[in-house]
Design a protein around this ligand. Sequence first.
Ligand code: AMP
Length: 237
Amino acid sequence: MAAVSADQNRAGSLPGPRRAVILLGPPGSGKGTQAQRIAQRYQLPHLSTGDMFRDNIRRDTELGRKAMPLMERGDLVPDEIVLRMVEDRIAHPDCNNGFIFDGFPRTLAQAENLERICRRQKFGFSVVLYLAVRPDLLMRRLTGRRICKLGGHIYNIYDRPPKREGICDEDGSELIQRPDDAEAVIRERLVAYEAQTRPLVEYYRARGLLAAVDGNDGADPITASIMKILDGAETLK
Ligand code: AMP
């Protein structure tokens, strides 16, 4: 499927040595799986705002208590909370060379504020990878998703099952289902995506930053397409 040229990538880049990649796409499009692989390949931290909220919920922080009821319903957490959390996170030294965003930004206000934050902190956007997936595949991927408790490794009982049922191949820990991967909540998350996040596709396309990837395939061919795009992006070299 269409990939942006290196020129387009450069056009949207901000000056500075720090590299930022955004993964955009509906719930179930494979952002988490691909972000883990990109992070490993380029040695950049994988910043999943969903994981940050889940971690806060586990630790029963004030942030976690605010986010939990919204996440349980499939609603988005308010922009100001997300933005404060992200700005704090990217100020950590492990983000000095850049980072991979997974699940952020999710609204136009988040995208606009991110631009300001990046200008201030001198981050340059390499590319926004848009994982386009047929709607009928999303429900199957989300209801079949299982996540390892220890390392967050992602499986799918239909398409990418672990070798031993319920056990992570990588670290032997238990595989669990996310509470918001229940069908009724998935439907709400997809509604929130259509209303609030999909407009970002045009937003980034207009800025020459969007690289669309065919996300209907299996995880490995999708990774191959992404690596081709990223290897061609000047700012990642
Ligand atoms: P995810 O793990 O990316 O599917 O996110 C799980 C849930 O966390 C979402 O359904 C939202 O409730 C919340 N969340 C994660 N990222 C954001 C964000 N950027 N803006 C608002 N809410 C978010």
